[in-house]
Design a protein around this ligand. Structure first.
Ligand SMILES: Cc1cc2nc3c(=O)[nH]c(=O)nc-3n(C[C@H](O)[C@H](O)[C@H](O)COP(=O)(O)OP(=O)(O)OC[C@H]3O[C@@H](n4cnc5c(N)ncnc54)[C@H](O)[C@@H]3O)c2cc1C
Ligand SMILES: NC(=O)c1ccc[n+]([C@@H]2O[C@H](COP(=O)([O-])OP(=O)(O)OC[C@H]3O[C@@H](n4cnc5c(N)ncnc54)[C@H](O)[C@@H]3O)[C@@H](O)[C@H]2O)c1
Length: 472
């Protein structure tokens, strides 16, 4: 039986960050992976989706070139070659997450599925590993809802959609969350007909005004988005493909179906009962330090920990556990400063609470300051002046920010710092940014916070008139 300081289960975004950090600080680390090194993000999530989106953006640019006085053309999309591009991006990044790289760092990598055999041992590939600490970093799977007929129709998930080499004639997407909307626009731009069937509101977790900016563009590009549309039955029609009957009796048909209605933690192989590790449908039950409430040797990070499901959150979790399990220091999760981006065009970025969430917490103490991209000269030059930035400000400090518009995911960066460092809005308003940049929208929103105080202030006007008379 092998013994080690830390046994990390799962070599995805969270597990790799933890293993790399812990081993480089001097801990003995065993890393166990049952499938591909790199996990969801590299193989079936962030990386392939953003590579597909980049190809789709190129196609959209060709169609939209006319507005610049350049002849617009309908691109000839070779769907298989687009998938080669996607596979190529994965292959280029893969060495960073590879077994060879981690072994080079001094990590012992074992390929196989781990399961607990006792509260202090796991078994993998016929070997028992005893560790002082275990870190569950096993990620999540696509949830498949219990809709009658779904099990009998062929469907895609994030695990299969990126490998599809033929272009879907008509892609129907169940679920209008970030996966659904990113995939809807990308496939539409690559020449597919696309229908999104969303049971509630598309991008429903986002600020409604920001979501509306994105949904308007998707609809203008030809994505058919059905909201409040509960699927009640699915079947394969006579000619093949898929048919979805909605609660209101409408029928949606398509050639392919993508299921994107949320995720379930990947805990099924772990035999958590044998490890004495409590869990529920959301993930391993942990406290603010990400430690299992029932087995103090065990931590959980990333999608398996039951919170926000993002690669940067998994990496943040890894840091929290390293502080405790490697350095012996206390560490507690914060969740009021986590940014997220939906990579549609325009993008939708959020950090901290939305306006509605901030209103519920701070009520009348909340001040919302905003600026539109229509006053941003760079956005105008690019012909992409839809959208806005808004800041949620409480007692002069930025507690949250929303950006919907071109490259919102980049524009949110200084706002993520402002929220994380609990900066004053005056620091944002006072920064000097290069002109013309999209990020100026954030500074302008901060400036808008002070406008009423500076420009509609009778007292200040009296002071200025007095000063003007007095100075020689
Ligand atoms: C289509 C899509 C697009 C996404 N886009 C983004 C994005 O743009 N930005 C973003 O921040 N996030 C994005 N995400 C979310 C992101 O991919 C996840 O939040 C992230 O991968 C979670 O990391 P993790 O380490 O928890 O799990 P994973 O990266 O999934 O890694 C878990 C690993 O554990 C392994 N494993 C599971 N069980 C066992 C076991 N018993 N023994 C051994 N190994 C095991 C799995 O094989 C897997 O390799 C996207 C997700 C999807 C599906
Ligand atoms: N850009 C990014 O960072 C990014 C991109 C993709 C995914 N992700 C991560 O992956 C997670 C999962 O994404 P997701 O889009 O699968 O899930 P989600 O939970 O965010 O959205 C799922 C949507 O499906 C709807 N839905 C649920 N059941 C339904 C049904 N039976 N019929 C129709 N609609 C139904 C929900 O109302 C919801 O709007 C995200 O929460 C996010 O954390 C991140």
């Amino acid at each position: 039986m092998a013994g080690t300081d830390i046994c990390v289960i799962g070599a995805g975004s969270g597990g790799l960050s933890l293993a790399a950090g812990a081993v480089q600080m001097g801990a003995q680390v065993v890393l166990v992976e049952g499938a591909e090194m790199g996990g969801d993000c590299l193989n079936t999530g962030c990386v392939p989706s953003k590579a597909l989106i980049a190809a789709a953006e190129a196609a959209a640019a060709m169609r939209g070139a006319g507005r610049f006085g350049i002849g617009a053309v309908e691109p000839a999309v070779d769907f298989g070659a687009v998938k080669d591009h996607v596979a190529g991006v994965i292959a280029t990044i893969a060495p960073v997450d590879s077994q060879a790289r981690f072994e080079g760092l001094g990590v012992r990598v074992i390929r196989g599925w781990a399961r607990f055999v006792s509260p202090h041992e796991v078994e993998v590939a016929g070997e028992r590993i005893r560790a002082r600490r275990f870190v569950i970093a096993t990620g999540s799977h696509a949830m498949v809802p219990d809709v009658p007929g779904l099990a009998a129709v062929p469907y895609l998930t994030n695990e299969t959609v990126f490998a599809l080499r033929e272009r879907p004639e008509h892609l129907v997407i169940l679920g209008g969350g970030p996966i659904g909307m990113e995939m809807a626009q990308a496939h539409r731009r690559l020449g597919c007909a696309v229908t999104v069937v969303e049971a509630a509101r598309a991008l429903g977790r986002e600020d409604a005004e920001a979501a509306a900016v994105v949904l308007a563009r998707l609809r203008a590009e030809g994505v058919d988005i059905r909201e409040g549309a509960a699927a009640v039955r699915l079947r394969v029609p006579a000619g093949g493909g898929v048919e979805i009957v909605l609660a209101d009796g409408q029928v949606v048909t398509g050639s392919h179906l993508l299921v994107a209605v949320g995720r379930l933690p990947a805990l099924e192989r772990l035999d958590l009962a044998a490890g004495g590790v409590a869990f529920d449908r959301r993930g391993v039950t942990v406290g603010r330090g990400l430690r299992s409430v029932s087995n103090r040797r065990v931590y959980a990070i990333g999608d398996a920990a039951g919170g926000a499901q993002f690669t940067h959150v998994a990496a943040y979790h890894a840091g929290i556990v390293i502080r405790q399990a490697v350095l012996g220091l206390p560490a507690r999760l914060r969740d009021d400063h986590i940014p997220r981006v939906t990579y549609t065009a325009p993008e939708l970025a959020q950090v901290g609470p939305t306006e509605a969430e901030a209103r519920a917490t701070w009520g009348a103490r909340l001040v919302v300051a905003r600026a539109g991209f229509d006053h941003n000269d760079r956005a105008q030059a690019m012909g992409e002046a839809e959208g806005f930035a808004k800041l949620m400000v409480v007692r002069g400090r930025v507690v949250g920010a929303t950006v919907a518009g071109p490259r919102a995911g980049e524009v949110i960066a200084p706002l993520a710092l402002a929220v994380s460092a609990r900066m004053k809005v005056s620091a944002l308003a006072g920064m000097v940014l290069p002109y013309p940049t999209l990020a100026e929208v954030a500074k302008r929103a901060a400036g808008a916070y002070f406008s009423p105080k500076l420009f509609d202030n009778a007292g200040l006007k009296r002071v200025v008139r007095f000063v003007e008379r007095m100075i020689p």
